[in-house]
Design a binder for this molecule. Structure first.
Ligand code: SF4
Length: 903
């Protein structure tokens, strides 16, 4: 803590790595409000990140503004008092339950909620309303891992720790773009490999991702073929004599049935299924067989599948067969997407489980929870999982829904059907941080929730580590924590005593007590040793569970299953036979390509926070479709043109990114864009609602689609000092810039008057001077408008995608007293030789662009370290290092030979 600021230890709210953050808050006037920007840095003492943060975490301080916040309750669009809004929610839920039964209402919550929020919502729905219709957006992320763990281990247990990834001699990454989706964990892996170059990394992914750039072996698996790959591996391990006979005999069951299925496919069959060569397969299988310390990391590429649970079990089978589990540097390891996906699993946020890893279909567990809660009406059967839940809303079976901290209109498959379902639902409550999302538009009641920086509680990361999130800002407006909102509704529904929580510490203490109730080592999740008073809760340092009463106290046991005892009735792990099966839908003549979706480095979910920071938006500023050059030729697609993608469900527009990183026959589109930032960029509108039969997780990585050029008559690029009121174009993508906005445009027909079009876009303020250039023959138009010596807006249009120095133009929004020469340069769209365009942003932390890296490479910087020393790129969070390496590889052919050190 400094003299002018106070430092608060908290946790990053983005991914499942769960990095510790120190927020340095300038001291204010005593009101609790800081007097300046909050600085954010990595917590050197947090065992997840040891001080590192990625680009998203580093930019957290830039996401705290209130301009987009929901600050007061709204009922039917008008401001209302909390009392009125809460009364209405309680009345409508109670009346719906009274008339139609408990299963006529539902909660849809989020991995963004803290454990305490989740606990209260889950208690209300499952113990008091008496339905299990509460599901979470974590269903979209890792439900197949949960189901796979439960089938194999009898419990949803992640056996290992992050240290295991560093200690492994072989790290297999399956369906995991760790470099972009879990960047700090990836940096830990790279540091381990740098210290022990003999460590091997194998990346299995249909796409050559940024993670693949660091791999010793890259296996470009055919989409959906993971089961075939790991069944083949299991058969190979048996043939190679790698069965850990004692472990398999003493601690497992079902091996023969799993082997019988795995051995039905020959190596040649597996090669056909996976699209890999027999030589590639043999090399991977031999490496796996020969290496004792193996960790297999998997995430959404495995989970988001109509056979996701089988994929998880096919991986676990190989670890059980070799006994490589529960020991340092060994084991299957699922990494979660969201900051508290694990906490949500633990607390029973999924529709098919109870709190504290107890099971809805287990009468003993139901009794434990019911008597602990003194619950009047326990749910006794599983509720509806996310996709089915919104289908039930659409069919009118669910008549009142409460959506908390998530945006299903953009994130669920068949997203236009979700929109229609909410539009028809009699009563929709949305509690959120943000006023305008594509989902809040459908709310009858909007409840303002506390955001990161304002809320207190706990989260659990991918290695079972519970960390505190601490408030360092006062609650703005009338915003309230989610746990408080749920508890207030519960009290109004008649359950005052059961929801008489005064603080998150009270909730956590109750939850910790429940985890130990009737446990005695029978269940994996036991944190009864964390029944803390408020002071101890406030001081709590990151700790891994299990932490039973009388356990080792401050430090939990690091790994599960070291003793070979699992949580099945016979305490044996179960092999699961995993037959090879195709994805739920197949490509064909009408929809010939496989659509795959996923994250990009600098965005989070539906961009409600990350789009607030210009430097994160500067990395990739519009929705894109990655397609192989051969497919681009087949479908007549030019690089950087606008393409239309369609599936059986819906359509979207995106910029074509033609690249050999993409495999033939597939197209990748990021998951992030919504109607708030693009005209037609909601990729989930295309995704079919196929789900895994066991886990209910939707297949977000395999949707048959068509692609074609969108016949645009003109393209445009604009920089704007103010957000435009309307964007009259068939395609647009808007992104914040440091002092304004950047806008990509395209349309079929030109406007009647280009000057009027530009003026309307720029805001047409009195006193605005506008320069114009037009070449009617070539179809090029340029406009630059100035007000009070500053740039108000510039627009560049052409019949083809516009070539302009985009980042240089964006920077001009900050210039004052722009000279006549400067104005002409802006109108030309380029700074000239003395003001080079940095190019598309690669390093968000230091704003270093691709052109600068190219120039440094030409100047002799041939390594990532040399680029860092010259430009600082990659020297802060490190998230861009794999991209810098890929650029250096690309530039290598065109560069002169490297001079010798002595020259
Ligand atoms: Fe946050 Fe990045 Fe750490 Fe994930 S890796 S928790 S996004 S800082």
């Amino acid at each position: 803590m400094t003299g002018t600021s106070r430092a608060v230890r908290t946790t990053c709210p983005y991914c499942g790595v769960g990095c510790g953050v120190i927020a340095s808050v300038p001291r204010g006037d005593g009101s609790g409000h800081p007097v300046g920007p909050v600085a954010v840095s990595g917590d050197p003492d947090h065992p997840a990140n040891f001080g590192r943060l990625c680009s998203k975490g580093s930019a957290l301080g830039e996401t705290l503004s209130l301009d987009d916040r929901l600050l007061h309750p709204l009922v039917a669009g008008r401001r209302a008092a909390w009392g009125e809004a809460l009364d209405l929610v309680a009345e409508r839920f109670a009346a719906t339950v009274a008339e139609h039964g408990p299963d006529s209402v539902a909660f849809y919550v989020s991995g963004q909620l803290l454990t305490e929020d989740y606990y209260v919502a889950n208690k209300l729905m499952k113990g008091f309303i008496g339905s299990a219709n509460i599901d979470t957006n974590s269903r979209l992320c890792m439900a197949s891992s949960v189901a796979g763990h439960k089938r194999a281990f009898g419990s949803d247990t992640v056996p290992g720790t992050y240290e295991d990834l560093e200690q492994a001699d072989l790290l297999v990454l399956v369906g995991s773009n760790l470099a972009w989706c879990h960047p700090v964990l990836f940096q830990r892996v790279l540091a381990a490999k740098a210290a022990r170059p003999e460590m091997k990394i194998v990346v299995v992914d249909p796409r050559r991702t940024q993670t693949a750039a660091a791999a010793d072996m890259f296996l470009p698996l055919a989409p959906g073929a993971d089961v075939a790959l790991f069944d083949g591996l299991l058969a190979h391990l048996k043939a190679a004599g790698k069965r850990d006979a004692r472990f398999v005999a003493d601690h497992t069951s079902g091996v023969d049935a799993a082997l019988a299925v795995a051995e039905t496919a020959s190596l040649a069959d597996v090669a056909i299924e996976t699209g890999l060569g027999e030589g590639e397969l043999r090399a991977f299988y031999d490496l796996f067989a020969a290496t004792e310390q193996v960790v297999t990391v998997y995430s959404q590429g495995v989970n988001q599948s109509s056979h996701g649970t089988d994929k998880v079990n096919a991986i676990i089978n190989c670890h059980l067969f070799t006994g490589r589990i529960g020991q340092p540097g060994m084991g299957p390891f699922s990494v979660t997407g969201q900051p508290n996906a694990m906490g949500g699993r633990e607390v029973g946020g999924l529709a098919n489980q109870l709190a504290a890893h107890m099971e809805l279909d287990n009468a003993e567990h139901r009794n434990i929870v019911q008597s602990f809660w003194h619950a009047p009406r326990m749910a006794d059967h599983a509720g509806l999982k996310a996709v089915d839940l919104f289908r039930a809303v659409g069919e009118g079976r669910i008549k009142a829904i409460w959506i908390a901290g998530t945006n299903p209109v953009d994130s669920l498959p068949d997203a236009d059907a979700v929109k229609a379902a909410l539009a028809a639902c009699p009563f929709v409550v949305v509690s959120d941080v943000v006023r305008r999302t594509d989902t809040t538009a459908f709310a009858h009641v909007l409840l303002p929730a506390a955001a990161w920086g304002e809320k207190d509680g706990t989260v659990t990361n991918s290695e079972r580590r519970i960390s505190r999130q601490r408030a360092f800002l006062p609650l703005p407006g009338e915003a309230k924590p989610d746990w408080w909102i749920f508890a207030q509704v519960a009290r109004r529904m008649g359950w005052r005593e059961a929801f008489d929580f005064a603080s998150p510490a009270d909730i956590f203490a109750e939850y910790a007590g429940l985890s130990g109730s009737g446990n005695d080592g029978k269940r994996d999740f036991d944190i009864s040793g964390l029944t803390l008073d408020r002071a101890a809760y406030d001081e709590m340092t990151p700790v891994q569970w299990p932490l039973p009463v009388g356990g080792s106290g401050a430090v939990g046991e690091k790994r599960f299953f070291a003793d070979g005892r699992f949580f099945t009735p016979d305490r044996r792990a179960r092999f699961v036979a995993t037959p090879i099966a195709p994805p739920a839908s197949q490509v064909g003549k009408a929809y010939p390509l496989v659509l795959n979706t996923g994250r990009i480095r600098d965005q989070w979910h539906t961009m409600t926070r990350t789009a607030k920071t210009a430097r994160l938006m500067g990395h990739l500023a519009e929705p894109f479709a990655e397609i192989h050059p051969d497919d681009a030729r087949t479908y007549g697609i030019e690089a950087a043109s606008i393409v239309e993608l369609r599936s059986l469900c819906g359509g979207m527009l995106a910029r074509a990114l033609v690249t050999e990183r993409q495999r033939r026959g597939s197209v990748f589109v990021p998951m992030h864009w919504t109607d708030q930032y693009a005209s037609a960029g909601r990729v989930d509108a295309l995704l079919l609602p196929n789900v895994d039969a066991v886990s209910g997780q939707p297949e977000l990585k395999f949707t048959p689609v068509s692609i074609r050029p969108a016949a645009m008559g003109w393209h445009g690029f604009a920089v704007l000092a103010s957000k435009p009121n309307a964007i009259p174009a068939d395609y647009w993508a808007l992104a914040p810039a440091a002092r304004g906005w950047r806008l990509e445009l395209a349309s079929v027909k030109p406007p009647e008057d280009w000057g009027n079009y530009a003026r309307a876009l720029f805001g047409d303020a009195p006193g605005m001077d506008m320069l114009a250039y037009g070449d009617g023959t070539a179809g090029h138009h340029r406009f630059a408008a100035f007000k009070d010596g500053r740039l108000a807006g510039a627009l560049f249009t052409a019949p083809e995608p516009v070539a302009a120095a985009r980042n240089w133009l964006v920077e001009r929004l900050g210039d004052e007293d722009i000279s006549e020469v400067g104005r002409q340069a802006i109108l030309a769209g380029r700074g000239g030789a003395t003001a080079a365009d940095p190019g598309a942003t690669v390093c968000s932390c230091f704003g270093v662009g691709v052109n600068q890296i190219g120039a440094a490479a030409q100047g002799g910087c041939r390594t990532v370290a040399a680029i860092g020393a010259s430009l600082r790129a990659g020297t802060n969070c490190g998230s861009c290092r794999s991209e810098i390496q890929a650029l250096l590889n690309r530039f290598a052919d065109s560069m002169p030979p490297q001079p010798m050190a002595a020259e």
